[in-house]
Write a protein that binds this ligand. Structure first.
Ligand code: CTP
Ligand code: CA
Length: 227
């Protein structure tokens, strides 16, 4: 049987998605990173394309192939991700930040690999820019643009996610927890709570990342239509 045609409800819209981890190099062969698989962001990009959007996907290093019909920009560091997102987001209608961006980078990365020395070492880290907060800060110039974030919390999730949505001026944040089997990092399913800046929230059931993408884009499209 032929698959049912997807609604083209995002036709004419530009959607920018970030995915995966970043790598913050300490020297040419060592970096700080995290286990983000990129699956959530790739699912959002694929779903948005299927529904007719023009899609730019900015991704850190992941084991996922390019999606046909999606402009994929592969980067490594948070600073590279920032540059690529800011370039793509200027005329975007929606920006969905699923990327697990490292909060810090080495203040002075070594240009050569150095031999270890006896005893402890201290690494001086400096904060990376907050890309979502940067987009949120320029919303006055982009009144129609919908901003969506993700957050993984181990405790006080709804409160912390609502504060993040406020601080970053995001329309909503999808909150998840690192402990649920088969979800979040690396899994094919996700169990998230939609959290708005005003603290209102809704628990979604455990569903595939593609289904999370579908619901996320439904919510973002409704917000967009009210603008
Ligand atoms: N984010 C971002 N730039 C950063 C860090 C995070 O754009 N430098 C985005 C993430 O992609 C995500 C959202 O902000 O959509 C929330 O990420 P999170 O790490 O939970 O937020 P932080 O402000 O870094 O808070 P925390 O101190 O809890 O890590
Ligand atoms: Ca963080």
């Amino acid at each position: 049987a032929e698959a049912e045609a997807a609604p083209q409800d995002l036709a004419g819209l530009k959607v920018v998605v970030s995915a995966g981890p970043t790598r913050e190099y300490l020297d040419p062969v060592r970096f700080i990173s995290n286990p983000s698989s990129g699956k959530m962001g790739f699912a959002v990009a694929e779903e948005a394309r299927t529904r007719g959007a023009e899609v730019v996907l900015v991704t850190g290093p992941v084991n996922l192939p390019d999606l046909s019909g999606v402009q994929t920009v592969r980067i490594e560091t948070a600073l590279e991700m920032q540059a690529a997102i800011m370039e793509a987001a200027g005329d975007a209608d929606m920006v969905v930040m699923t990327a697990a961006i490292a909060d810090y980078r080495a203040a002075a990365p070594k240009s050569e690999k150095e031999a270890k020395t006896p005893g402890d070492v201290t690494i001086h880290l400096t904060p990376n820019p907050d890309i979502l907060a940067g987009l949120g800060a320029e919303q006055a110039a982009h009144p129609g643009r919908v901003l969506v974030g993700f957050a993984m919390e181990t405790h006080a999730g709804v409160e912390r996610a609502a504060l993040k949505a406020q601080r970053k001026n995001a329309d909503f944040i999808l909150l998840n927890y690192p402990t649920r089997e088969g979800t979040a990092f690396g899994g094919d399913d996700n169990q998230v709570t939609l959290v708005r800046a005003d603290g209102t929230h809704a628990d979604w059931p455990r569903i595939s990342k593609r289904e999370v993408a579908r619901r996320l884009l439904d919510e973002a499209r409704q917000i967009r239509e009210r603008r």
